[in-house]
Design a protein around this ligand. Structure first.
Ligand SMILES: C[S@@+](CC[C@H](N)C(=O)[O-])C[C@H]1O[C@@H](n2cnc3c(N)ncnc32)[C@H](O)[C@@H]1O
Length: 208
């Protein structure tokens, strides 16, 4: 027999918090982290934080992330929520050189940069603010610049956006070419996130 007086803890959970947790975990996993523990004891900057789901849930786990975005509304909302949220572009980070252990970017620049030169500028700027031994994790997927700023003809360009294995592999190859033209040690990692195709994230380390 069901005792109706026992509270259903699952249903008592704030649905907006549950949604935020889901989104934060997707961002975390798509950048190759298994849990928030991997972010502990690091000075972290997130570029293009948007609604800052990652930082808000990280905060609940005792981890501070410095958020940033070019969008003034996102910045103001983030500050109102009590986050350390800055208003600047990833191409011009308002931070001292060598001040972060980890820089993150999910679904923002350089993935959404339109030109190869912008991708390189972004990587240079991130390297400036990384401490020696620090790393930049960014993704998911390919660089838009790899397609828009390539020598592909219109038919090839159309084909490369198709949702199939070959097109995705080609986009990844072009992306890696751009990234390696700046730093040949940037690593591409394929991960399975319960979707049809594997997801990709990239790691750039600052060794010296
Ligand atoms: C698709 S959202 C991703 C938000 C969040 N990182 C996530 O994964 O849910 C992309 C964000 O990048 C920001 N953005 C676009 N260009 C930027 C730039 N140059 N510098 C910093 N942020 C930028 C946008 O304003 C937007 O909030």
């Amino acid at each position: 027999m069901i005792n109706k007086n026992i509270p259903n803890i699952k249903n008592n959970k704030d649905p907006s918090l549950e949604k935020m947790e889901r989104k934060a975990n997707i961002i975390l996993n798509s950048l190759g982290f298994k849990s928030f523990d991997e972010l502990k004891n690091k000075k972290i900057l997130d570029i293009g934080s948007g609604d800052a789901d990652l930082a808000l849930i990280a905060k609940n786990n005792g981890i501070d992330i410095v958020c940033s975005d070019i969008d003034n509304e996102k910045f103001q909302k983030g500050v109102e929520l009590g986050l350390d949220y800055k208003w600047f572009s990833g191409y011009n980070i308002h931070a001292e050189s060598e001040s972060f252990d980890l820089v993150l970017s999910s679904g923002s620049v350089p993935m959404i940069s339109w030109k190869r030169s912008e991708v390189i500028d972004l990587l240079k700027e991130v390297k400036r603010v990384l401490k020696v031994g620090g790393e930049f994790r960014f993704g998911p997927g390919c660089l838009i610049a790899s397609v828009t700023d390539s020598n592909l003809n219109p038919a090839e360009r159309n084909a490369i956006w198709q949702p199939n294995k070959d097109a995705k592999a080609k986009r990844r190859k072009l992306s890696l070419e751009i990234l390696h033209s700046y730093d040949p040690n940037i690593v591409e990692t394929l991960i399975s996130l319960r979707t049809k195709y594997p997801s990709v994230y990239y790691t750039m380390k600052k060794d010296k």
